[in-house]
Design a protein around this ligand. Sequence first.
Ligand SMILES: *[C@@H]1O[C@H](CO)[C@@H](O)[C@H](O)[C@H]1NC(C)=O
Ligand SMILES: *[C@@H]1O[C@H](CO)[C@@H](O)[C@H](O)[C@H]1NC(C)=O
Ligand SMILES: *[C@@H]1O[C@H](CO)[C@@H](O)[C@H](O)[C@H]1NC(C)=O
Ligand SMILES: *[C@@H]1O[C@H](CO)[C@@H](O)[C@H](O)[C@H]1NC(C)=O
Ligand SMILES: *[C@@H]1O[C@H](CO)[C@@H](O)[C@H](O)[C@H]1NC(C)=O
Length: 746
Amino acid sequence: GVGAYKLLFGPFLLSRVFASFEHYSISDKAMDYRILHVDEDQDRMYVGCKDHVLSMDINNITDGTLKVFWPASNSKIEECQMAGKDPTHGCGNFIRVVQPYNRTHMFMCGSGAYSPVCVYINRGRRPEVRVVYGKWLQEQVFHIDSKSESGKGRCSFNPEVNTVSVMLNQELFSGMYIDFMGTDSAIFRSLTKRNAVRTDQHNSKWLSEPIFIDAHLIPDGTDPNDAKLYFFFRERLTDNSGHTKNIHTMVARVCPNDIGGQRSLVNKWTTFLKARIVCSVLEEDGTETHFDELENVFLLETDQPKGLLVFGVFTSTSSVFKGSAVCMYNMADILTVFNGPFAHRDGPNFQWVAFQGRIPYPRPGTCPGGAFTPDIHTTKEFPDDVVTFVRNHPVMYNPIYPVGRRPLVVRTGADYKYTAVVVDQVAAADGNYQVLFLGTDKGTIQKLIVLPSNQSVHEDLILEELEVFKVCYLSILFSQQLYVSSEYGVSQVSLHRCQAYGEACADCCLARDPYCAWDGLSCSRFYPTGKRRSRRQDIIHGNPLTQCRGFNLKAYRNAAEMMQYGVKNNTTFLECIPKSPQASIRWLIQRDNDRRKELSDRVVSTEHGLLIRSVQLSDQGLYYCLTTENNFKRTVAKIRLRVLSEAMVGLLTDKQQSPWAWASSVHPKVLLSAFSPAESMAVQQFCKERQEQKHLQQRQQQPPHPGPLRGDLAKLKPLLDRRKSRNRHSLNQPQISVTEMKCSFR
Ligand SMILES: *[C@@H]1O[C@H](CO)[C@@H](O)[C@H](O)[C@H]1NC(C)=O
Ligand SMILES: *[C@@H]1O[C@H](CO)[C@@H](O)[C@H](O)[C@H]1NC(C)=O
Ligand SMILES: *[C@@H]1O[C@H](CO)[C@@H](O)[C@H](O)[C@H]1NC(C)=O
Ligand SMILES: *[C@@H]1O[C@H](CO)[C@@H](O)[C@H](O)[C@H]1NC(C)=O
Ligand SMILES: *[C@@H]1O[C@H](CO)[C@@H](O)[C@H](O)[C@H]1NC(C)=O
């Protein structure tokens, strides 16, 4: 296990109802909304999915979304099906490249039923109205504006195989598989007035069965000519024995102005280098547990001296160790590795060592025309020994380690894995925090912060968990909004959802959400520059006793009393859900007017409430559910338990009589009184528990008990209906619907 890490599991605050939540989908089918591209200048977000391209208003994705239908051609779909590809999943046009081209056009590519195609799409800056044959026509401003051209070398044939792309000065850089069979992976430059350039073909030193995750242009120093394109991917590498293949996460980089070598590496990258990225946990006994499979990358610009931070989500699928982790890397550390020793080995069966020989000049991997090479204008001017060196030593010797040599967040033994990460830097009253939004494979987003802690331990605190879709692909952060896409649609969630923490100072404080503060009246958005003096926020300690003094803390000592009925000899459940996953729970009982006491061992306290097996008359009393979080105590529930008379139970469980017989044998008035509000509640509870027990039995594959209450309850319905219609007029009686009764009896 990962003993050194404090892991917080358990029930999360699952907020299913959003005030600040918008959702868009074309249909209820899985359309694979995989590619999101935000255009900040025009306030639009472009989405690539199956057979469609969308243009959305970034402020409200449900408002006036424009749509282009762009399927694969019929002949390609036929060929695709003839080739035996999955007709629904493989033979669509899955749009995987969505890049801005110029002021008026986007460049997009799709898998085109295993025959990639690209088009230019007029993105339409504003609705244009024109007159045609004397009529005003609203021109569709978002439309395909070119013939389709081949997408080979730009987009993978197989939609299941990731394509990553970056557009720079109207040149497209793609990481994908270039062939139908999916064996020829490449980092490829196309759409260029210069020559196309790629990685060395079928050379596992460069790329070995890569799965591309992301690509970014990242500056290196101040000279723009030194900026490099980084491709993040995982690949399968053979170990020293040459037998087993291990998955490793790598980052490769090239200079965008690389046009290939003059004599060697013609039309191939002459600046290609790659390094391994490590995300691992060092156990106390010295063993290192690796999370090797990169799932997602997020770059965060910070104003710290070290600048850019790279966040990665990793999973591990080793047979002994399953889980996921988030690691954070300094770009400066990544550059240090690329400026460090090159990996070298004398032959396939030798160990990798740091290259000790002479390194040619300019240092392999340097871009032409940069700060150190002002006199070299193109890569064709590189000396032969530089090109030969890159060809033989494309891998760096040192791996890239995360900040602090450990993950920020580790999850093992959970029923989910992280799949995506987005990070926001938030200024709070007591410092700057990185708020992590982590997508999971069970379709939720966890919002969490990592608390500053002592050297050996990171403590992550889950602020809230939002339920989004089945599968979270990726998310983009923009203008205080989080955009999430999945197989089934696109969602927009506001980052600060302070109202979700309730109305009270203590809840706001315990939430420890750096976006929110108690402003004296409510839990509201925190502005670090604001001057309001009554703002209360304490992320590190989250202590309401100091933060909320004077804000009616005593009210938390009390809760509204509720009545609940149990059936004698049966199990009953008193619900109590703490407001926060970090709270600890304690139950007390007060009988008559005695002191409050601890409960007997017969009673089990669970995460969601109290389980009392075989309720007895002596269990009657007032139950208090108390929670403690950061020394802050509150009463969450106060339940008065009454145990139902044996007579009532007997009536309901009479084995000889069906309920109908029983019901018909009594005068309606008696029946009515039998279902007094309190008792119908008890009956309901009783039935609910019976049903749960039945489900449990079914799950345990045991034949269900015939059960004394199995009768022809349909006959009871008119009677109960009548009772219901009468009840409708009486406002002070709880309404219990017949269907509810029926359901619970069925
Ligand atoms: C977004 O637009 C929809 C449809 O016009 C509207 O119902 C919704 O309230 C808007 N949401 C926000 C947050 O403005
Ligand atoms: C943008 O590119 C498209 C496709 O090449 C072209 O038709 C269009 O005229 C260009 N627009 C501008 C403003 O250059
Ligand atoms: C660091 O945290 C661990 C685990 O919570 C704790 O046992 C240890 O005492 C802490 N050390 C310091 C110096 O606070
Ligand atoms: C409850 O259990 C006790 C002892 O097991 C038994 O004597 C009693 O009859 C039961 N009561 C009912 C209502 O089943
Ligand atoms: C409730 O108690 C009765 C009587 O003891 C018993 O027959 C029945 O199975 C119990 N039901 C549940 C759900 O425990």
